[in-house]
Design a protein around this ligand. Structure first.
Ligand SMILES: *Cc1c(COP(=O)(O)O)cnc(C)c1O
Length: 228
């Protein structure tokens, strides 16, 4: 066992506890997703040995190679969350592998996921990704289109998202854009759509996200060390 990973994990739990305390929240209400993308296998093995049991991946193929092949033995004991952009032609593979898909952001993908659920007999929990910064290169539905999209999902596709997810603009300090307003916006959008969960906050900003109501944080480098 590499004590480094153990220390990073413990330090992250401490940061979560401190942020929860500041916000008068219970830290057990905040799910820590260990983002394992691009991490070497020995770190994943260490993380599993510690007892971490929620993992996030952003690419279907990489996730399959890890969790259906090299770490297939561990798969049954963990929750696996898809946090990257999803192409419709990967919907079946994603449904077959993931317990939660956090990145539904368009009707075409909703249609593909419904078909894939039928085909695989699996019904992953669904979060909707919102492009809170309205960045042209980023996935996610625009905030102004969210309410209608949720309605369509519920009424046309019988899909009932249980959460919203966002990734605020990067380089927020340089651009002068703090993540807080993005997290606050996501919380507002969720509340007005009767959606309970908020997946927001990464290594550099998860404390802010927790203070603004995050129920799920996605942490990679702070937990595992820098990626390959
Ligand atoms: C990589 C990634 C993360 C984790 O990023 P860190 O800064 O390493 O914590 C979180 N969310 C998504 C969607 C990611 O792609």
């Amino acid at each position: 066992m590499n004590t480094h990973i153990k220390d990073l994990h413990a330090a992250t739990l401490d940061r979560i506890a401190a942020a929860a305390k500041r916000a008068s929240r219970t830290s057990t209400d905040i799910c820590l997703t260990a983002v394992s993308k691009q991490q070497p296998d020995h770190r994943i093995a260490d993380m599993l040995a510690i007892g971490q049991n929620v993992f996030g991946e952003n690419k279907v193929q990489e996730a399959q190679a890890r969790w259906q092949d090299r770490f297939a033995d561990a798969r049954a004991n963990i929750q696996l969350r898809m946090i990257g952009p999803l192409q419709t032609n990967k919907a079946v593979a994603a449904c077959a592998l993931f317990d939660v898909i956090e990145t539904l952001d368009r009707e075409k993908l909703a249609k593909a996921l419904v078909k894939a659920m039928d085909k695989t007999g699996r019904t992953p929990e669904i979060f909707v990704q919102v492009n809170t910064g309205e960045e042209p290169q980023k996935s996610g539905i625009l905030p102004g289109e969210l309410d209608a999209f949720i309605k369509t999902l519920r009424q046309i596709y019988d899909l009932h998202p249980t959460g919203l997810m966002c990734i605020p603009p990067a380089g927020t300090l340089i651009s002068g854009q703090a993540p807080g307003p993005h997290f606050a916006l996501l919380a507002k959008l969720a509340a007005r759509n009767g959606i309970e969960n908020l997946s927001m906050g990464m290594s550099s900003d998860f404390e802010t996200a927790i203070e603004l109501g995050a129920t799920h944080i996605r942490v990679g480098s702070a937990l595992f060390g820098a990626r390959d």
